[in-house]
Design a protein around this ligand. Structure first.
Ligand SMILES: Nc1nc2c(c(=O)[nH]1)N[C@H]1C(S)=C(S)[C@@H](COP(=O)(O)O)O[C@H]1N2
Ligand SMILES: [Mo]
Length: 388
């Protein structure tokens, strides 16, 4: 028979491991905080890069800028997963702290629990849907980008409140020796084999392993692709294909001999077949595709500089340009190029990739490729270019 004693809910004092200390929480929390802030900043950059009219105009150089910020985003987001798990393991006995009886104290403790609840649940959800996005596992009914963006503000807001509330403890814990006993629970006992330093090191190693998986998914280190767990696509192709021509339902149209691309400026329209584009001046540039889903890969693209096509319809520089695909009705089927991207000499209506004619899946007969832009804006199967 169970005694009454054993049926009661756990209390904070039941947790006796000294590994679960503010010393560990503050150190792991520091790295976790750095990861969240970096992921937040790079996430904002990615968000702005995808707006037709960003409040802060983004540059078209260096061509690998977006690739770098997006990689930092995926790497820090992935590293945060094991750090968050360790952090939660260290602090969760606090859940069982006695509930104050006095109204004032109850109110304060209730507020604190609420803010921690918001922080933990938003952070767990944010990381989960982020990782699922890298794995292309869209099982939710909501729009990923909007939700991930909105939730980021909740996480950062709750994080700021959390750090502000905990600042005195954080400062004491970080300032003192990690194995010191000043801020321990009274019931804490000395660690056995594993020391606090050990826990912190284990969380670094776990974060490192997660980063290896994350960065290989992001395609930053091709050597690591063999052990990439998150992105099967990266291993199969030179440049991964996000959506094939068949999936986009464009095969019939792009394979027709009379398929053309029009360039429009006011009342002037020039229309080209692929063969006509091939006899225009060509440029070759090595530019990456950096997908918001976490992978990126560089390719050598050859095609007609967009600026040349704009010159041929008499468009002056400094104009926004809309690029449309044969495909219709998805967010990726058209993009608005800000003027500095439209005028950049590396922005191409590409006809070749790595010396081969574009495959259907990479955007045949012609696709847009511009420096320093998110992959989703590198429109494939281009049929219409309009000066705005
Ligand atoms: N028309 C069209 N263009 C598109 C897409 C699409 O679905 N339709 N996907 C975009 C996305 S999300 C990425 S990452 C790149 C991938 O280009 P790739 O398939 O040549 O690697 O194409 C972009 N261009
Ligand atoms: Mo993408």
């Amino acid at each position: 028979m169970l005694s009454r004693e054993r049926l009661r809910p756990p209390q904070e004092s039941d947790f006796s491991s000294r590994l679960r200390s503010a010393a560990v929480a503050a150190r792991v929390g520091l790295w976790l905080g750095i990861c969240f802030v970096l992921a937040f900043i790079t996430g904002l950059i990615s968000h702005y890069a995808q707006l037709p009219h960003p409040p802060i105009p983004l540059p078209s150089s260096p061509s690998w800028g977006y690739r770098l910020t997006q990689t930092v985003h995926v790497v820090t987001g992935t590293a945060a997963v094991p750090l968050l798990l360790v952090k939660l393991w260290v602090v969760y006995p606090k859940l069982f702290q006695p509930i104050p009886r006095k109204f004032g104290a109850l109110f304060v403790s209730g507020l604190e629990r609420l803010s921690i609840g918001v922080l933990v649940s938003s952070a767990v959800l944010e990381l989960t849907i982020g990782i699922m996005n890298v794995a292309q596992w869209y099982v939710w009914p909501f729009d990923f980008k909007k939700t991930h963006y909105a939730l980021a503000f909740v996480v950062i807001g709750a994080l700021i409140v959390h750090i502000a509330v905990k600042l005195p403890v954080i400062r004491t814990a970080l300032g003192a020796d990690i194995e010191g006993t000043d801020v321990d629970r009274p019931t804490a006992v000395r660690p056995g084999v594993l020391t606090r330093r050990g826990v912190v090191r284990i969380s670094w190693v776990a974060a490192g392993l997660a980063v290896i998986a994350g960065s290989s998914a992001a395609g930053t280190a091709p050597v690591l692709n063999r052990i990439a767990v998150l992105s099967a696509r990266s291993r199969k192709y030179g440049i991964p294909i996000n959506r094939t021509a068949a999936q986009a339902g464009v095969v019939a149209q792009i394979s027709r001999a009379d398929n053309v691309c029009s360039v429009i400026h006011g009342s002037r329209t020039m229309t080209y077949s692929r063969d006509e584009l091939l006899v225009l001046p060509q440029s070759t540039h090595t530019l990456p595709i950096a997908c918001v889903e976490g992978w990126s890969r560089s390719g050598t693209w050859t095609g007609v500089p967009l600026r040349h096509l704009l010159d041929l319809v008499g468009a002056e520089t400094g104009r926004q340009v809309m690029v449309q695909s044969v495909q219709r009705g998805t967010t990726e089927s058209q993009t608005i190029l800000p003027a500095d991207f439209a005028d950049d000499s590396r922005t191409l209506l590409a006809l070749h990739l790595d010396g081969e004619p574009l495959s259907y899946d990479h955007g045949y007969p012609a696709r847009l490729i511009a420096p320093d832009r998110p992959g989703a804006l590198q429109t494939k199967w281009v049929s219409r270019i309009e000066v705005l």
